[in-house]
Design a protein around this ligand. Structure first.
Ligand SMILES: Cc1ncc(COP(=O)(O)O)c(C=O)c1O
Length: 349
């Protein structure tokens, strides 16, 4: 049985959050002398001399309406990387607790675990990059606090079978963190709709991919109100800056444009998925539900350097176990994808 209090670090459970000036005074006044701001103004522009809303109320209410959850089920982070780090700090006692992840996968789970002195258990995905449920459950120890599952997975691009994810949620009493950074490019529904069924589920999403806002750093975690309250308690008070909050609010008005960009990227991905396998250098293009393709080639190191000489930079994943001789190629604009295609078709094996 999942019980939040038994998995949260005792110091986190007991501690009080920082109370900001804006927490202590919530009304409106004509003179603000409570936050040691610069009341003469800001060199960066209107408003920026004031601290941002630490609770991001306007942004959360808009996201809640779009995602079909309550604002109290949303945590906003300085990128989803911040949410990953805070999840470790929320439940894993340094030097004692463990996490499990499924390589080849996103590298920050491991980096964040190492930073927080959390022991790492790795269970390799199957050769077709699916989740080996029995092996995962066999590797769970009584100090395992988090299992990270990335779907669609980076760098492989595929979605993980929902039945496997459900089996982990049903049989593991710690947090199951499901990273859906690429969900907007997939036809599969988000697991956000299943939050009421699983008190141990945390879904991560981001504005860095489909929304095109990687430079602003805005990530989301969706979970039960109790989990979100704990994340809010331990976050730095002003973790989402004013410019990001303003610009994200504007972006959220443009859902038609989002749809258009996603359709365009998926179409371009499908074009590359069809074109690349016809090339002699290409051995396999893995199925993708994301905005990139994992491509197995005859000699990834040579192709990588060749493309770089042509001014095209891809991600060489050859050294990652399970991705030998693979390049991860992001879907670009039509022109960029044509350049890639042209360059690859001129490559001499
Ligand atoms: C699977 C996955 N999760 C999270 C992130 C990081 O997202 P953010 O920019 O919100 O920190 C990435 C970025 O590449 C990713 O691939």
């Amino acid at each position: 049985m999942f019980d939040l209090e038994t998995i949260v670090r005792p110091n986190v459970w007991k501690m009080k959050a920082y109370a900001s000036a804006r927490d202590e005074f919530k009304g409106t006044a004509s003179v603000y002398l409570d936050a040691n701001e610069n009341n003469l103004g800001s060199l960066a522009g209107d408003n920026y001399n004031r601290y941002p809303d630490p609770h991001q109320k306007a942004l959360k209410s808009k996201i809640a309406a779009i995602k079909g959850v309550r604002p109290s089920q949303i945590f906003l982070g300085n990128g989803s990387d911040e949410a990953i780090d805070l999840l470790f700090r929320m439940v894993c006692r340094p030097g004692q607790d463990r996490m499990l992840h499924l390589p080849p996968t996103y590298g920050m789970y491991e980096v964040s675990a190492n930073l927080n002195d959390v022991q790492l258990d790795a269970v390799q995905l199957t050769p077709d990059f699916q989740l080996p449920v029995a092996e995962v459950l066999r590797n769970v120890k009584n100090t395992t606090k988090i299992i990270f599952i990335c779907s669609p997975n980076n760098p492989t691009g595929n979605s993980i079978n929902p039945e496997s994810i459900e089996a982990i949620l049903d049989n593991f009493d710690g947090l199951v963190v499901l990273d859906e950074a690429y969900i907007d490019f997939s036809d599969s529904p988000s697991w956000i709709t299943r939050l009421p069924d699983f008190p141990n589920l945390v879904v991560l999403q981001t504005f860095s991919k489909a929304w095109g806002m990687a430079g602003l750093r805005l990530g989301m975690a969706f979970a039960s109100e109790e989990i979100i309250a704990l994340l809010d308690k331990i976050k730095p008070p002003y973790n989402i800056n004013e410019a990001t909050q303003e610009l994200a609010l504007k972006a959220l008005e443009q859902d038609e444009q989002l749809k258009y960009m996603v359709e365009e990227i998926v179409q371009e991905r499908q074009m590359l998925e069809a074109a690349l396998p016809t090339m002699a250098i290409v051995e396999k293009v893995y199925p993708s539900d994301a905005n990139f393709l994992l491509v197995k080639v005859k000699d990834a190191n040579r192709l990588y350097s060749y493309l770089l000489d042509k001014g095209i930079v891809t991600r060489n994943r050859s050294s990652v176990p399970g991705c030998e001789n693979c390049l991860r190629i992001s879907v670009g604009t039509t022109e960029e994808n044509q350049q890639l295609y042209q360059a690859m078709s001129e490559f001499k094996i």
